[in-house]
Design a protein around this ligand. Structure first.
Ligand code: 6PG
Length: 237
């Protein structure tokens, strides 16, 4: 397994400046995909950090009806729940005309079944994804790749498995529920992988994860070690 040596940090004065820059980069990726094949498919991170990016991106002059957006991971909660990643994306991008696709259609107690259904839904999309925008948790998770019983499957499952169900152990306090996530294989196959994070603590976690390399204890380290294309990490205090 290679260690990615093409990781570039982009540091900004504040979250607003980062949001402008990242929104601009995503706009460019979407425009390029639309120019190339008439459509774009992007996976966007959940959580709170990227919300200012999405607010700016949604104002971009894009042919939104050609854009499909999925959450790169989802908490298994009903649509409309404050924890639902796709609900936040839908509020921002549906009014623009984008196709925002839930990956967990109905909340189910069986997270493995939810993962299988998400994986089946992925077959309807154009692969590889044009972009996978990732967030990182303070514990080093990315998308919903967490330590726990599904960690190995998320990292090392069959390459064609693009999504799976995950029960984080321990459950993250900010959203203590089972998840569906893109697999590492699906993430690293993306035409472009980008990370957006804020705060000194997350910066330290990512730096440690990168220096640990392919054997990193952090999910983000395991993902970064497996990407072959350059990865941009956007950071603001
Ligand atoms: O649904 C999720 O949990 C996420 O997609 C997750 O990977 C997120 O990016 C991090 O937890 C950071 O979240 P914050 O930006 O809210 O800190």
């Amino acid at each position: 397994m290679a260690v990615n040596e093409e990781i570039e940090w982009w540091d900004y004065e504040d979250a607003e400046e980062m949001a402008e820059a990242v929104a601009g980069d995503i706009q460019f990726i979407i425009e390029s995909a639309i120019d190339a094949r008439g459509a774009a498919v992007v996976a966007l991170a959940g959580g709170k950090t990227p919300l200012p990016i999405y607010a700016i991106l949604s104002e971009a002059k894009l042919d939104w009806k050609r854009v499909t957006i999925i959450p790169g991971d989802e908490r298994i909660v009903p649509l409309g729940d404050p924890l639902s990643n796709v609900t936040a994306l839908a509020k921002t991008f549906l009014p623009k005309g984008a196709r925002v696709m839930p990956i967990v259609p109905t909340a189910t107690a069986d997270y493995k079944a939810a993962g299988r259904s998400a994986d089946a839904l992925m077959q309807d999309l154009h692969w590889p994804l044009d972009l996978c925008l990732l967030g990182v948790g303070g514990d080093g998770h990315t998308a919903s790749i967490f330590p726990g019983p599904d960690f190995d499957e998320a990292l090392n499952g069959p390459k064609e498995r693009r999504a799976l169900g995950v029960m984080p152990d321990p459950l993250p306090p900010e959203a203590p529920v089972a998840r569906v996530t893109l697999s590492r294989a699906a993430i690293v196959s993306s035409a472009s992988v980008m990370i957006a994070v804020t705060g000194a603590a997350k910066k330290k976690v990512i730096e440690d994860a990168i220096s640990q390399g392919a054997g990193s204890t952090y999910p983000i380290g395991r993902v970064l070690a497996d990407t072959e294309l350059p990865v941009d990490i956007h950071w603001a205090p």
